[in-house]
Ligand binder design. Sequence first.
Ligand code: KIV
Ligand code: ZN
Length: 518
Amino acid sequence: MTDESTVLIFDTTLRDGEQAAGATMTVEQKVEIAHQLDRLGVDIIEAGFPISSPGELASVQRIATEVTRPIICALCHANNAAVDAARDSLKDAARPRIHVFLSTSEIHLLHQLRKDREEVLNLACENVARARGYCEDVEFSPMDATRSDPDYVHRLLEATIDAGASTVNIPDTVGYTTPEEFYQLIRGIVENVRNIHKARISVHCHNDLGMAVANSLAAVRAGARQIECTINGIGERAGNASLEEIVMALRTRVDTYELTTNVDSTQLIRASRLVSEHTGFAVQPNKAIVGKNAFRHASGIHQDGILKERTTYEIMDPASVGLAGTSLVLGKLSGRHAFRKRLEELGYQLTDDELARAFESFKEVAEKKKELSDLDLEALVADERRVISEAFSLDHMQVTCGNHETPTATVRLLDADGNPRQESATGAGPVDAVFKAIDRIVGVPACLEEFAVQSITEGIDAIGEVMVRVESDGMTYVGRGAATDIIVASGKAYVNALNRLIANRDLPQASPAEKVGP
Ligand code: KIV
Ligand code: ZN
C-alpha cells in the first residue's frame, strides 16, 4: 500500500551496510539477505554499487533476477559509465530503480570534486536524464546535503526533478545534523522547491552522533515519505539509521506519527540475525528491538509487573518483532522430524544436505548439553551453513596444553575437493597453536586483529561462539564459529575468516579509478 500515510522503507544493508569496515559478504550471502528483506516487506532494496567491481555488478544482477516483488535499486555516481553499469545490473529487474548521487556541499566541491556549482548542477541533470532514458524510476541524492547551502540544494532538486528524478533523497552523509535542524531542512524543501509535488522526499541519515533514527523520524514529520536504513543499523563508520528501530518507532508511536509502513515486523529478528551472521558483526545485547536483552527483565519489580500484566514494563509485544516464545525444548532424544519442524518454525528453509549436516551437529552437541534452546539451534545451523562452498573446512583437531606443557595443535582441514591437509604447530596458548597450524595449511598472509568469545546461552555446557577479525592487504575479514568447546569454535572461526579472505581475493577486482565509492 502506498499513499501519503505510508512511509516507504528503502533498505541499504547490501550497499551502505556492506560499506562498514569488515562487512564484506559473498554473493550467496547477499542473495539470502535479499530474500529475507523481501519476506520482511521492505519496499526498495538497494542491492549494490555496480561500477565498483564486476563482482558487485554481477551480485546486483543476481538479486534483480531472483527477487521480484520489491524495487531493486542500483547506486551510481553522476557519470556516464557508472549510470550505464547500474543499467546493466538491472536489465532483468522486474522493478528497477537507478540511484544517482553527487556531492553538493562547498567542502566536497572544493576539496573532492574540484568543480563549481554550475558544473555540478549540469552533471547531476545530465546523468539523471541519462538514467531516466533507461528506467522510469530514478532517485537523485545531493551528497552531504546537510552541510550544503539550502538555496543551492533547492535549485538542484528542482533541476533534477525536471530532468526525471521521481525520488529526491536528502543524505546526512556525515551524521552531522540534529532533529530540529533536519526538520527545518525538509520543511524548506517542501516549501521552496517548485516541482516537489512530482517527487517523493527520502532521507538517508548516518549515525555519527547517534541521532540517525531521531533525524529520520523528524524528517517524516516534515513531509519525507521514504527512509533509507539498514538492518542492525550497520553502515559506513557509525552506521546508518536502524531499520528495526524506525519501523517499530512508527508502529509503537502511531499515535504521534500517524504513519504506517509495509514491513512485516515479525520478520525483524530473523533479518537481524541473518545480517549479523553474514557480516560477522555481533548485535550488542542492549540494542533496541533486536538485542539479546531488549525484552529481558532482570529487576525483581519489573519481573513481578510483567507476570501480572505484560504492558507494565513492555511497550512492544516480543512476538511483534518475531520473538515467539516456545515450550518445545530439543534434546538428545529428539528426532530429525522435530528438529526440522522447529527450524522451519524459526524461519529456516534448509536443503536436505544442510539439514543432514545440521542434524548431525545437533546430535553431537545434544550428547554434551542436555537441552538446546532456539538460540543454540540457530548457532548450529549458522555454523553448518558457513561450511558450504568454502575453500577449507575443519575436519579434525587435537590440542594438548596445560600449565607445564607447550601448547601443541594438530589440525586437519579439507580443501574444496574434500582432500585432507594436516599440519601441527606449537604456540603461546592452545588457540595460538591452532591458528598457526591452520596458517601452515592455508598459506595466505593474514594478521589476527580481534578475537572474542561469547556464550550463546547460560550454563557451563553452553555453546561458545567465537568471532575473529583478520587483516590482509588493507581489508578486514570477520569469521565466526560455534561449538561447546571454545578451542574448536576458535578454529572454525579462523577458517571461516580465511575462507572469506580467499573468496574476496578470487573475485574480479575493480580498477583503482572505479573503486572510489560513495
Ligand atoms: O551517505 C550518503 O550520502 C550516501 C549516498 C550515496 C546516498 O550513502
Ligand atoms: Zn550513506
